[in-house]
Design a binder for this molecule. Structure first.
Ligand code: PEP
Length: 252
């Protein structure tokens, strides 16, 4: 039985005090959500305070990125995964399409971030997803399988239970245009098959695959009803405590 994960990616929004206010507003609204793991991903500068203020609650904190480097050193502007772990972070999002698109992040870099996150004891949410042009030219599955295989190379069987994959079609992120539940299900089932071929059927059966792309309170139920959709990575609708809580508190 795969425990669903509902994760909110706050991107580059919110000051420290806004982050704390939203986190504290969310806390009572999701306090009874035992059916899923609840995660929020504030900006780096808010991570420590938000972790402290959420201690003892059922909300876990993710970072939105980490360095490819595992050790401390001369890497100006970078934050190592073990430093995130040090302030109470439990998850790290890597390979988000905004990092791939705007910061030219490659699968090789994503893989190094996955390895760094795992080595630091974090669970890793690795994002994959095709652009609209790639979907229209019929290469969506090729793109997603390349990202999956490239991003998850070199992992051992014991690493796999700390891997979560987020399928986020780029054309659905922040656009208000969601993949239909059937489109998402088709790609999620494909991801699970690729994972089974690379690793094992048991590992694939246990893998949580989240959907991301304009998830809202009014479409979460249809998405969660799909056999291979194990949760959501939510951007815009996670910025307000009440809309994110409605998504967390979905019931199929
Ligand atoms: C995201 O940031 O990962 C995302 C899916 O954004 P949105 O929900 O706004 O489309």
């Amino acid at each position: 039985m795969r425990k669903p994960v509902i994760a909110g990616n706050w991107k580059m929004y919110k000051t420290l005090s806004d982050s704390v206010d939203t986190a504290l507003a969310l806390k009572p609204l999701v306090a009874n959500a035992n059916h899923c793991e609840v995660i929020i991903a504030p900006v780096f500068t808010a991570l420590k305070t938000v972790c402290d203020r959420l201690e003892g609650s059922n909300i876990k904190v993710a970072a939105q990125d980490c360095s490819t480097e595992k050790e401390e050193g001369a890497h100006t502007g970078e934050v190592a995964a073990f430093m995130l772990r040090d302030v109470g972070v439990r998850y790290v999002i890597v390979g988000h399409s905004e990092r791939r698109q705007f910061y030219a992040e490659t699968d090789e870099q994503v893989n190094r971030k996955v390895q760094a996150g795992l080595a630091a004891g974090l669970s890793v949410i690795m994002c994959v997803g095709e652009t609209l042009a790639q979907r229209e030219e019929g290469s969506a599955q090729d793109v997603v399988s390349r990202q999956l295989i490239g991003g998850l190379g070199g992992l051992t069987a014991s690493d796999l239970d700390r891997i979560i994959v987020a399928y986020e079609p780029v054309w659905a992120i922040g656009t208000g245009r969601t993949a239909t539940p059937e489109q998402a299900q088709e790609m999620h089932a494909f991801i699970r098959r690729v994972f089974a071929d690379r690793h094992s059927q048991d590992a694939a059966d246990a893998l949580r695959i989240l959907y991301g792309g304009s998830v809202k309170p009014d479409n979460i139920v249809g998405l969660m009803a799909q056999a291979d959709i194990d949760g959501a990575l939510v951007g815009g609708a996670s910025l307000k405590a009440d809309s994110f809580a409605q998504i967390v508190n979905y019931r199929v």
